[in-house]
Design a binder for this molecule. Structure first.
Ligand SMILES: *Cc1c(COP(=O)(O)O)cnc(C)c1O
Length: 369
């Protein structure tokens, strides 16, 4: 097999696109003498809160920590049950477990394959305290239904927005629906830095205050520790990179939507949304553009032979992970969809250069199947 000439993703191309601005930002940090919890981080928190449309943002070390600390700040404790989705990064479940809670993992629903509100309803017990919906591949989960269920049962909602910076549900930004929301700035996310990074956003000043303590050993504003915390801070170098890229996030999301529309227009004569095409949604931010292809291995091999690398998000649903199986409810939709998902390149810097070639190749592979 020829090595793939067109990579599935390449975060370096994103950073190099803004090379001069990033270099001067990194240089600025070096000469500032302040490397942790300084001006860059504070500026990013203000800007990102404004971007999402919430009062407060607390930057942390990763998306995983954002979920763990977010749940702890919402008051989740050992023995509590937290309902989440069967199709996500394993990080979502790992973060719930690290908060000391018991994950209750439920099925997803078409066409977005985000968590099913009906499955949430069925999984609620007297021990349930929170829901962690995941906005998979940049599509918002059904937050209208989920927040209604949460209100009815007095549950907290922490949105996992790691794949959905800037996405909308019914015209309202993700990250503003729940009590708090977790973001990741892992390099390949829609907004990424050059290392690990994450943030929690909220409109509740008490939650924000608890988060500031939790990320910094537990210190309160008087440097007292009444409840122990972690070391989970976004460093100044990463914050500086994010301060360069955040003003370009909407443009990047527009580019992703543009290329998603191009794929959809090109492929809709050979594949329907019911038959495997991702839905077209102006509120989605297309972190992934994932088709569902029953003969996936063959499809990926044919594209690889044409020099096009693809990805799988994710090869397993949560019940396939030995450490998570015991927390899983029935998940027939998730079990099926993880055998079919195949992600096409969608990073704007790659599509700008190779879009037509990829579209032609995918069309041919699907048309002659
Ligand atoms: C990337 C991701 C995470 C984890 O973020 P890290 O920054 O890698 O810790 C959590 N949830 C989802 C849905 C993700 O895609």
């Amino acid at each position: 097999m020829t090595p793939a000439a067109i990579p599935f993703q390449d975060p370096k191309r994103r950073f190099v696109r803004f090379e001069r601005e990033i270099e001067s930002a990194l240089n600025r940090v070096m000469h500032s003498g302040s490397y942790i919890l300084g001006a860059e981080g504070a500026a990013f928190e203000t800007a990102f809160a404004r971007y999402v449309g919430v009062d407060d943002c607390v930057a942390v070390n990763s998306g995983t920590d954002a979920i763990t600390l977010g749940l702890l700040a919402l008051g989740v404790k050992a023995g509590d049950e937290v309902i989440t989705s069967a199709v996500s990064a394993a990080a979502t479940v790992a973060a719930i477990l690290r908060a000391g809670a018991t994950p209750v993992i439920v099925d997803v629903e078409a066409p977005t394959f985000c968590i099913s509100p009906a499955a949430i309803q069925q999984a609620i017990t007297p021990k349930t305290v929170a829901i962690v919906p995941v906005h998979l591949h940049g599509f918002a989960a059904d937050m209208q239904a989920i927040t209604a269920i949460a209100a009815q049962h007095q549950l907290k909602v922490l949105e996992d927005c790691a794949q959905a910076h800037g996405a909308l549900h019914e015209g309202i930004p993700v990250g503003t629906w729940g009590d708090a929301a977790a973001f990741s700035f892992y390099p390949t996310k829609n907004l990424g830095c050059m290392g690990d990074g994450g943030a929690v956003v909220t409109n509740d000043p008490d939650i924000a205050q608890r988060l500031r303590q939790l990320r910094n050993y537990g210190f309160d504003p008087h440097a007292n520790i009444t409840q122990t915390g972690f070391n989970s801070r976004l460093d100044e170098l990463q914050a500086a990179v994010l301060n360069v890229l955040l003003p370009h996030l909407d443009e990047a999301n527009q580019e992703r939507r543009h290329f998603a529309r191009q794929y959809t227009q090109r492929l809709q004569s050979v594949m329907s949304v019911e038959g495997g095409l991702p839905p077209y949604d102006d509120g989605a931010v297309y972190h992934q553009y994932a088709l569902r292809v029953p003969k996936r291995a063959q499809f990926m091999q044919r594209l690889a032979a044409l020099g096009i690398q693809t990805g799988i998000h994710y090869p397993y649903c949560m019940q396939d992970h030995p450490a998570f199986a015991k927390y899983c409810q029935a998940m027939p939709v998730a079990a099926q969809v993880v055998t079919e998902f195949v992600s096409l390149p969608i990073q704007p810097e790659i599509l700008q250069q190779h879009g037509a070639q990829i579209e032609d190749a995918v069309y041919d592979c699907l048309a002659h199947d």
